[in-house]
Design a protein around this ligand. Structure first.
Ligand SMILES: C[S@@+](CC[C@H](N)C(=O)[O-])C[C@H]1O[C@@H](n2cnc3c(N)ncnc32)[C@H](O)[C@@H]1O
Length: 256
């Protein structure tokens, strides 16, 4: 049965920053069940997080592509921008992103897991232009609902489908005409890429929500995809994708 309230809200996400169904998804900002059931060892258990939060871990997990993938995000940040990074990332990425934004801008880092907030706070919480906020990315609303840049760095593949829809819609609802969203994440590897066979095993045992990014475009999670321009670049034999999203100019014929 069609949820008419949600459908109605989805058709005008520019006016309704967060449609009701999205707001209701984990409305109390609890650590979602998928985190404790699937990712406890990786992101929730403080002792293990203490060990894992290192650059070498990120480099290993990304088969040495970490710097290339991070640079694609960091290059989009100009000093003075308003930037929202929707989840904490191990290693020094949040430090580098916050430093690029600088004192003339603002950098908001959200995450849903308490220990991740602690780590984010320790890394960048002392910078006056930074806010580290415990919040589900599916319904976080920035002040004024407008960021110059919103980044999802390897979050989508770790959340269930319902969250993928909500997170993509929520991010897009908060980019103004001049703003941009960027997704850096997994993609379907080319048949000849041997890493693809390793990732099939990893996904089977450890990453149950990752496979769908091999099967569908990130744009297909947006309820109003046609209002946006989608630019996708694949790297490392298709293992990774960088998707940049901007509002279509035709959506704003009056220029206001
Ligand atoms: C960005 S992803 C993966 C990043 C990458 N694998 C790394 O090296 O850290 C992991 C983060 O997403 C956070 N997370 C998961 N679901 C979330 C949600 N719905 N909203 C905000 N943060 C979320 C987790 O707490 C964790 O800190």
């Amino acid at each position: 049965m069609v949820d008419t309230t949600y459908e109605a809200a989805r058709t005008d996400s520019r006016r309704t920053a967060v449609p009701p169904k999205i707001r209701n998804l984990n409305a109390n900002n609890e650590v979602p069940a998928y985190m404790s059931e699937v990712y406890d060892w990786a992101y929730v258990n403080p002792a293990k997080v203490g060990w894992l939060d290192r650059n070498i871990v990120v480099k290993t997990l990304l088969f040495g592509n970490d710097q290339r993938l991070m640079r694609a995000y960091l290059a989009l940040i100009k000093p003075g921008m308003r930037v929202w990074q929707i989840a904490h990332v191990y290693g020094d990425l949040v430090v580098r992103a916050a430093q690029r934004v600088g004192a003339a801008g603002c950098f908001h880092l959200t995450d849903i897991t308490p220990v991740q907030i602690e780590h984010g706070q320790r890394k960048i919480g002392h910078l006056p232009w930074v806010r580290v906020i415990r919040h589900d990315a599916a319904h976080f609303e920035g002040e004024g609902h407008a960021y110059d840049l919103i980044c999802s760095f390897f979050l989508l593949h770790e959340v269930p489908e319902e969250w993928k829809h909500a997170i993509v819609d929520n991010m897009l609802s908060q980019i103004p005409d001049s703003g941009e969203a960027v997704f850096v994440d997994y993609h379907r590897p080319a048949w000849w890429q041997p890493v693809g066979y390793i990732l099939r095993v990893v996904n089977h045992f450890l990453e149950p929500f990752a496979k769908s990014l091999w099967e569908r475009e990130i744009s297909s999670y947006a309820s109003q995809a046609s209002m946006f321009e989608w630019e996708k670049e694949c790297l490392f034999g298709g293992v990774y994708q960088i998707v940049r999203v901007r509002r279509r100019a035709s959506q704003n014929p009056a220029g206001c």
